[in-house]
Design a protein around this ligand. Structure first.
Ligand SMILES: Cc1cc2nc3c(=O)[nH]c(=O)nc-3n(C[C@H](O)[C@H](O)[C@H](O)COP(=O)(O)O)c2cc1C
Length: 254
């Protein structure tokens, strides 16, 4: 999964110009990847988008996660499947990172067929206390894009927050895509365990004391794998455990 955030890391695929991804400047279409565009004011939509990206990859779909201000909206017709994860801020406003994109989509010169052939799904994050969600879903449909599933709405008022709705919405999305493998032009492999388990965010790396120069790894080699595992379990990412024996491994974000 390629993931780009507002802090501007360069992508490992896609063309890049003035900080904006140009999905197709050479006439090539991006029908075989899963594009996830997010707009977030305080980080929830980013978290949700990364989860969608992880789950897509887990099902065999190459995915790209981009903040909307990193994507050139005029390239949208070249995409095959786009998942939008968007929050609402202010009084029904779009997040700052969506403003340019949204202004582009609202142009009257865009025809009702402009997004013909593009499949999309929208998950909006908001708070039903405000009673105002942004209107991306309707605009995409008005421009000819085809919804894969009904818009999902994550609500701060739900006891589990936006994730209360995201779980079911994602299950529906994978089911629809599984039935329509041509949408992504490749077979989607659905691991039965993946219906309930997300991909782990951490992996444990065991370092050989002689081969690693890391400041985190200073202890002599541990005696057994079991001991290493026990110590790794008690740790936070990048921190040492509290006991005086510093562990010989640490957790790494993946
Ligand atoms: C200042 C502020 C204004 C908000 N305005 C709205 C709103 O107008 N409508 C709505 O549905 N939710 C509103 N929300 C709720 C957010 O959309 C919700 O908390 C969402 O999960 C935030 O996602 P984000 O972290 O990706 O920006 C607002 C939240 C804040 C903090």
């Amino acid at each position: 999964m390629v993931s780009i955030s507002n802090d501007g890391q360069q992508p490992t695929n896609g063309n890049h110009q003035n900080g904006v991804i140009l999905a197709s400047t050479n006439g090539m279409e991006n029908k075989t990847r899963f594009l996830i565009l997010y707009a977030s004011q305080t980080g929830n939509a980013l978290d949700a988008a990364e989860r969608v990206g992880r789950e897509a990859e887990h099902r065999g779909c190459p995915s790209v996660v981009l903040s909307m201000d990193e994507f050139d909206a005029s390239s949208l017709p070249y995409e095959g499947t786009v998942i939008f994860i968007v929050s609402t801020t202010g009084q029904g406003d779009t997040p700052d990172s969506m403003k340019v994109f949204w202004k582009f989509l609202l142009q009257r010169t865009l025809s009702q067929q402009w997004l013909k052939g593009v499949h999309y799904a929208v998950f909006g994050l908001g708070d039903s206390g405000y009673q105002k969600f942004n209107k991306l879903d309707k605009r995409l449909s008005d421009l000819g894009a085809e919804p894969l599933i009904e818009r999902g709405l994550g609500d701060d008022q739900h006891p589990s927050g936006y994730e209360g709705a995201l779980d079911d919405w994602l299950s529906s999305l994978w089911k629809v895509l599984k039935k329509n493998p041509n949408i992504l032009l490749r077979e989607i492999y659905v691991d039965p365990a993946a219906e309930t388990l997300d991909r782990p965010k951490y992996k444990v790396i065991y370092h050989d004391a002689d081969s690693v120069q890391s400041e985190f790894v200073t202890a002599p080699e541990l005696e057994s794998i079991e001991l290493q595992i026990e110590r790794a379990r008690s740790m936070c990412p990048g921190k040492f455990g509290r006991n005086k024996h510093r562990p010989h491994c640490f957790l790494q974000m993946v």
